[in-house]
Write a protein that binds this ligand. Sequence first.
Ligand code: NAP
Length: 514
Amino acid sequence: MMADKLKNPLRAGTRVGQRIDPVSVVIFGATGDLTHRKLVPALFSLAQEGQLPADFNIIGFARRPWSHDDFRQKMLEGVREFSRVPVENDSDWERFAHDLYYVRGHFTEPEEYQGLDQFLTKQAQQTNSPDNRLYYLAAPPQFYADIIANLGQAGMTHDSEAGWRRIVVEKPFGHDLASATALNEVAHSALGEHQMYRIDHYLGKETVQNILVLRFANAIFEPIWNRRYVDHVQISVAESVGVGSRAGYYDQAGVVRDIFQNHIFQILTLIAMEPPIAFEANAIRDEKVKVLRAMRPMDRQHILEDTVRAQYSAGVVEGEHVPGYCEAPKVAEDSQTATYAAFKWYVDNWRWQGVPFYMRSGKRLVTRATEVSIHFKRPPHMLFDASSEERMRANVLTLRVQPDEGIALRFETKVPGQGIVQRAVTMEFSYGASFGTDSSPDAYERLLLDAMRGDATLFARHDEIEWAWKLIDPVIEGWQSSEAPPLETYEAGTWGPDAADALLARDGRQWRRL
Ligand SMILES: NC(=O)c1ccc[n+]([C@@H]2O[C@H](COP(=O)([O-])OP(=O)(O)OC[C@H]3O[C@@H](n4cnc5c(N)ncnc54)[C@H](OP(=O)(O)O)[C@@H]3O)[C@@H](O)[C@H]2O)c1
């Protein structure tokens, strides 16, 4: 596998093999969906590619009365179905499974953490290796504070000569500013901020990381990356799926908490930030926070004019009839939860003054696609005899996050032949075509490796999370007030409500077709 990768000359610079200390990954919530579908398959792929240290263990912790062998068997099923690197033979699996263990326990029972601690200490002693621990909270969010507090009380969170301690916390990190701040306080009472890794799996995606490389490793983009040349920015996160088995959580959260507060704001900060002083976690996070602080708070008037909220009704998605949101199990019949939202938001700083950032996300849309597009201003004077439609077109730089990660630049060219007839063409870079189809590890692989290495660059700091909630809370509150914009309806399998198109049409603009 490694040899294959290096055959592609474009991959020669790929960063592989920075040394990782021996480590035990302790998964709280090890019998759940995330562990089975994402975490253990990601760790298996890394192990197969030789990226994990020799002394490496996974310890699952959850309520079910599983034995080590039950855990191994269930994880084998997950790895077979979801791992990027397939299980090619029994011995590959057996080597990996040998380091999987299961400890039964309840998140809210402090004494059960002592048993876990003893198990981990004994493991490290038996292999004569450092007792480094990466705790991964793949647990329902209402237990995050209990788990962190109990780990702290059991003396399991201090870095010491025996080994380091880090904790990865899944999303959602709080459900509003007050709960996120309270959770940060619990975390800081047990751990230092340098031990905290708040995950946003969008940051593990190649194109999202590539925003920084595109902007700051090239000289041609940064000079035009500002209000003088950029007309507006669009960020779209479209999902074709409905709420599925997450309806209980989703009906409480809605699209703004589920997608905007974390993923879309993370992308926005990378697009809008100033160059950091170094490619280093705190330098980058400082700049991201500055963007969030510069975002114009939404007051009542803006909420009414610049936000759209909607919910899907029954329709046809990818050829299949699907029911409306309120017909989904565990969703209230008269639920007012938004499954779609669109915003026009401003970043009030020197670089972006007056440039609208239009953002939209929804479930049950035509297709699954995430992209950012930078729409540049039109030429100030048209030399050619262009039609009104041609005059409308501007250069667009598109960063496609999923699927088919890549970058495209749209510009005008002359159609061959006599006379001047112009047409828009697109210059495309595709990760798959340029680097080989196996080139993009799953986001969880990248993020797990970074947490094991102690690199927090792609994880959110406490103040990023809190600033994001500070911006989102007024919108959610505003939507619950009597002055809220109406909850629109859109048919499943469409691009969302007409009101979202009107939001841009009002400014003489339109959403990019994904
Ligand atoms: N699934 C995803 O794709 C996904 C994506 C993004 C973020 N997340 C986040 O990841 C976290 C986990 O999600 P999930 O989908 O894996 O949840 P899940 O399938 O419901 O699993 C929850 C896990 O927590 C354990 N658990 C629950 N209460 C417990 C208790 N009192 N004591 C001990 N164990 C307990 C369950 O163990 P038992 O069943 O054995 O009791 C199970 O292992 C959530 O915060 C979610 O928001 C998940």
